[in-house]
Design a binder for this molecule. Structure first.
Ligand code: ATP
Ligand code: MG
Length: 214
């Protein structure tokens, strides 16, 4: 197929990518929030959007089921980025990867004393690398959602999670104690598509690059 398939997840990534696509002259014809369709046509006959789970976007692009996609740096780091060309930081869906603990815990002291911390997270690779670089011994516990619950329920001493406003942490009596990295969403491109579909892809990538840098 000579057309272009774009992998997007519902919610903030879809919404914040819309203006970038519009700058490239691409307008999806349906809203995934109201439509149940998983393949959405656009105003261009040769461009379609597939609606994927955020964590699945790199997989679709890696295997060429989508030519390009938009994915959080968090998801990309956990995926590993194999087979993906990453030309652009789109500067959307911005947040921070943080370590958070219950408000009463003296985190600095616990770390200093070499306590073995139990850390619950969805982001095992990012957490492992962060604590290894600091020489802090941790037991990582993989979760798939609501990390904030883990310390409250006694599952873990700390969490590694995304924070934007901090209101979810606050509501659950947790405080952020370490900033691991800034997160934003990236454009990812299938490496083969970049060569084979260059004529169609290049103008789209150029238009998105211009609007992101403007
Ligand atoms: P799901 O909500 O289906 O479990 P998800 O949490 O991975 O999946 P989203 O909530 O749409 O999906 O998040 C997509 C991306 O947006 C994340 O990978 C991250 O990069 C970024 N993100 C997550 N939470 C926030 C936030 N509160 N503010 C800004 N960006 C965020
Ligand atoms: Mg979410």
């Amino acid at each position: 197929m000579n057309g272009i398939t774009i992998a997007l997840s519902k919610g903030r990534i879809f919404e914040e990518t819309l203006p970038l696509l519009a700058a490239a002259g691409i307008v999806p014809l349906e809203d995934p929030e109201t439509s149940r369709k998983l393949i959405i046509e656009t105003n261009r006959a040769d461009v379609r959007v597939v609606i994927v789970r955020a964590t699945d976007a790199p997989t679709y692009v890696q295997y060429g089921a989508a030519d390009i996609g938009v994915v959080g740096k968090d998801v990309l780091l956990e995926h590993g980025g194999d087979g993906l060309y990453q030309p652009l930081d789109l500067k959307i869906a911005k947040c921070r990867m943080m370590v958070a603990v219950p408000a009463g815990l003296d985190y600095a002291n616990a770390v200093r004393q070499g306590a073995r911390l139990k850390v619950a997270t969805k982001y095992i690779s990012i957490a492992r690398e962060h604590f290894a670089a600091k020489g802090v011994h941790v037991d990582l516990i993989k979760l798939y959602g609501s990390m904030e619950l883990a310390p409250l329920a006694g599952l873990a001493d700390a969490i590694v999670d995304l924070v934007s406003t901090g209101s979810t942490l606050k509501a659950n009596n947790l405080v952020a104690v370490e900033h691991i990295m800034d997160i934003s969403s990236r454009l990812i491109v299938n490496q083969a598509a970049l060569k084979l579909k260059r004529e169609t892809l290049a103008p789209i990538l150029d238009a998105i690059t211009r609007v992101v840098e403007a």
